[in-house]
Design a protein around this ligand. Structure first.
Ligand SMILES: Cc1ncc(C[n+]2csc(CCOP(=O)(O)OP(=O)(O)O)c2C)c(N)n1
Ligand code: SF4
Ligand SMILES: [Mg+2]
Length: 351
């Protein structure tokens, strides 16, 4: 994989977070993506979110598949754990890593080809199992890396760069994530950092399966008239349901909100999501309502963005498996071998 190392020096007056780190400590190598690619803006938003949350970089594990989108973990969090897996297989590798070491913060980065075509089954099973992770799909409606073929998220009737119309129905990954039981589902746009950064912060702190579908235009192959994933189309058809402010359990709440226009959702760990409602009738705690809202607006050609659904008491895979609190990779032989008397008891109970 090609990458260009960034020079280490930086301005001495760069702001530092509570850990004494600057933005530079959350960056990676210099991006080799096309200038203007939406994916680079998402990398910037991830850097900003991790810096603002004071996350120690060594506590993050970033995993991806194959594609321009899946290359991006090289361009952020250069001091974190990283694994670039096989095309469409990021979710199972992430699930295994999470089961072995629950102490890390898992960030899965994928593309619409990676997750909605070859990896569709993997995407589905990781979400339905409730793996504690932030799963971001950088959705441009095409296979960017292999030169612009329609992906499974391309809308029916949308046009390729050469003018051909897509004849297949589109997969809406956010709608599927809702149906599969993901406990945090959002959609955003790479060109809207004000919306995207708080969504990533909230997803990283969410203790369950958090999925964010980020429309991320491919300037090389899918940014023309007739595309429904271009910068112009998304700006014209973006229907935001809410704006999110995110406060960790550690930070005192200092912002005052107008009553009635804001819904505060408290998560299990005490962090708070303040949802400034744009669509007054939208309730982010209503899974069925969110599914209907998405379909109604999709039928009108609108792209619904914002926090679509959140369960403030999520249960993750470790909860379902009733695993021990300590990471499995830290257990010793003594922890794992209960001794012959205990084994005898277990065997007797099964006879
Ligand atoms: C098993 C396998 N099949 C096919 C490919 C070829 N391939 C590489 S990237 C890609 C699609 C990437 O599309 P997407 O995930 O949407 O990422 P983007 O480049 O658009 O960000 C394909 C089909 C591959 N690398 N491995
Ligand atoms: S081909 Fe498209 S997705 Fe890939 S880097 Fe270029 S603009 Fe981005
Ligand atoms: Mg793509």
């Amino acid at each position: 994989m090609t990458y260009i190392v960034k020079p280490k020096f930086h301005h001495p007056a760069l702001p530092k977070n509570a850990l004494g780190y600057t933005h530079r400590d959350y960056e990676g190598s210099i991006s080799t993506l096309c200038a203007g690619c939406g994916h680079d803006s998402i990398s910037g938003a991830i850097i900003e979110a991790c810096f603002a949350l004071d996350i120690p970089p060594h506590r993050v594990a970033k995993l991806s598949g194959i594609g321009c989108s899946s290359k991006t973990p090289t361009y952020f969090l250069g001091n974190s754990h990283g694994f670039n897996s096989v095309h469409g297989r990021m979710p199972s590798v992430l699930t295994g890593a999470n089961l072995a070491n629950r102490d890390l913060i898992y960030l899965g980065v994928s593309g619409d080809g990676d997750s909605a075509s070859i990896g569709f089954g993997q995407f589905a099973h990781a979400l339905r199992r409730g793996v504690n992770m932030t799963y971001i799909v950088e959705n441009n409606g095409v296979y960017g890396l292999t030169k612009g073929q329609f992906s499974a998220t391309a809308d029916r009737g949308s046009k390729s760069k050469k003018g051909l119309a897509n004849s297949d129905n589109a997969i809406d990954l956010a709608a599927i994530a809702l149906q599969l039981g993901a406990t945090f589902v959002a959609r955003s746009f790479s060109g809207d950092k004000e919306q995207l950064v708080p969504l990533i912060k909230a997803a990283l702190e969410h203790q369950g399966a958090a999925f964010i579908d980020v429309i991320s235009p491919c300037v090389a192959f899918n940014n023309h008239a007739g595309s429904t994933k271009s910068f112009d189309y998304v700006r014209e058809h973006n229907e935001a349901v809410n704006r999110l402010d995110f406060m960790t359990a550690r930070a005192p709440i200092t912002v005052a909100y107008e009553p009635g226009s804001v819904e505060v959702v408290e998560q299990h760990d005490g962090s708070k999501l303040a949802l400034k409602k744009i669509a007054a009738d939208y309730d982010a705690r209503d899974r069925l309502g969110a599914m209907t809202f998405l379909q109604q607006h999709a039928a009108k050609g609108q792209i619904v963005t914002g926090l679509l659904y959140v369960d403030s008491e999520p249960e993750d895979l470790h909860y379902s498996f009733d695993t021990v609190d300590a990471p499995l990779n830290s257990l010793t032989e003594k922890d794992l071998c209960p001794g012959s008397a205990m084994l005898e008891k277990i065997n007797a109970s099964l006879r």
